[in-house]
Design a protein around this ligand. Structure first.
Ligand code: SF4
Length: 88
């Protein structure tokens, strides 16, 4: 977990990465965009996202994705694996 010590979010207000409310509208959507902008510049974003996907449901913006976006990524990854397995 030492990648966490290199995350750019360490220099930001932690609340920025834990939006409350509908992440698709209003002030919360702006907050999500601001958090994602930090993640886009982060040198450990790939590892952060991999951790957040592996660990399962976890609140907040990790690796530049919301919990809902990571859930969708997990579903796509599992579907792709099943399709590859059944096609073999
Ligand atoms: S990707 Fe985002 S949440 Fe993850 S360590 Fe970097 S800044 Fe923090």
């Amino acid at each position: 977990m030492d990648w966490r010590t290199r995350g750019l979010c360490l220099g930001e207000d932690p609340d920025l990465f834990f939006p409350i409310g509908n992440t698709h509208s209003g002030r919360t959507a702006v907050q999500v965009d601001e958090a994602k902008a930090v993640c886009r510049r982060c040198p450990v974003a790939e590892r952060c996202l991999a951790w957040a996907v592996d660990v399962g449901p976890v609140e907040g913006i990790w690796g530049g994705m919301t919990e809902g976006e990571r859930r969708a990524l997990r579903v796509r990854t599992v579907r792709r694996a099943v399709m590859t397995h059944t096609a073999a």
